[in-house]
Design a protein around this ligand. Sequence first.
Ligand SMILES: Cc1cc2nc3c(=O)[nH]c(=O)nc-3n(C[C@H](O)[C@H](O)[C@H](O)COP(=O)(O)OP(=O)(O)OC[C@H]3O[C@@H](n4cnc5c(N)ncnc54)[C@H](O)[C@@H]3O)c2cc1C
Length: 415
Amino acid sequence: MKVVIIGGGIIGLSSAYYLHQSGHEVTVIDKTDMSSNCSYGNAGYVCPSHFVPLATPGIVKQGLKWMLNSRSPFYVQPRLSWSLIDWGLKFMKAATPEHVERAAIPLRDIAFISKKLYEEWAKLPQFQFAYQQKGLLEIFQTQTGGDHAKHQMEKAHELGLTDTVLLDKDQLAALEPQTRINALGAVHFQCDAHLYPNKLMQQLLADLKQKGVRLQANEEVTGFENNSGKITHVKTISNTYEADAVVIASGSWSREVASKMNVKIPLVGGRGYSVTLEDSPYKINYPSVLIEGRVALTPMDGNKIRFGGTMEITSTNTPPKMSRVEGVLNAVANFYPDFKVPMPAIDKVWYGYRPCSADGLPYIGRTKKWNNVVMATGHAMVGLSLGAGTGKIVSEIINEEKISMNIAPFDPDRF
Ligand SMILES: Cc1cc2nc3c(=O)[nH]c(=O)nc-3n(C[C@H](O)[C@H](O)[C@H](O)COP(=O)(O)OP(=O)(O)OC[C@H]3O[C@@H](n4cnc5c(N)ncnc54)[C@H](O)[C@@H]3O)c2cc1C
């Protein structure tokens, strides 16, 4: 089968990997050179611990409080945009305790599928992306943060993540003897892993190219041709590609791409920033999330440390805001008092747009409208973690094989 994948982020490339393995003739089209999308500068967590979707009652309340703070970790830029209003209304409706409860099992299941696949990749000679299974620390400074952490641990145990433990201040200090941490304690999700996303992406691209997957860079998909309920051709400004099946893996632009084939998916971009010290003078052993600061720190690939955070719901054309980066670095300094990371120049700051669905669950599956189109997008904060698993599921859908898990909660037509 000729399969055309729109988008060369982790979701598109993982799908290409498994579709090629199943014997299909695969073309990946991307409007960029595929070297700097959201799948590069992220925190690199492969994290079954992230079983709570973005849409929670807490984030709505907190988001409203943070609206006017330019350094806050969550921000919705008010805009007169129908797609944003539509997304916002659906997001608020979805953000219920019942939804959080329902979302946990599918998020856990796809994360474990994905993690197992990354473990397989990490053993292959073409992949050396600094995969490490050390777990993830969620560090808290306040009693409220500690209560939240304890609740997360209990929930993790209920979901079978039994190797999740609560650490007090001294136990946390013992795990990180090389630096001071200003905190009351942490939860250690031992099931989590991390990797260096930049290497993963570069090696995936090289592997696919070497195997003969067509990688069409710098071509924007502008439209489609159809016949008898199927998309038959994918059009770019310079080419038209014949397709037996199409995968929409266009990250934060998936709503626009889908709308060109009259498919509606509520989705917005959630911008986040990261700063990477290539040769860090500071040492940490474990990736960590700073609960009150909403910031992620990851030691990566030898001597690197990456600091990342903020969720800024904004248009993909708005210039980056350095005050958000300042907010990230302030939170780091607050938790790690020895870390004196100076504000970098703007060209040293990476930012990317997380594709945020309206309920925090990804859209994975066929659309009712076109029988040969598979959506694979909307992974928000966990696209890297769920990347390999999503790719495998996309190939199972197209091959009409038994699917590794129940994907009904990810139905792209659910709104
Ligand atoms: C600061 C930060 C930290 C993060 N940390 C983590 C983490 O630790 N773990 C985790 O799991 N996730 C993390 N994420 C989220 C993760 O990075 C994303 O969920 C993931 O990268 C999304 O992958 P994607 O393939 O869907 O999108 P992308 O990587 O954005 O790729 C989409 C591609 O589609 C292309 N495209 C769009 N429109 C068109 C078109 N019309 N024609 C052709 N091509 C098109 C784009 O050019 C782009 O290359 C983080 C994100 C941020 C911002």
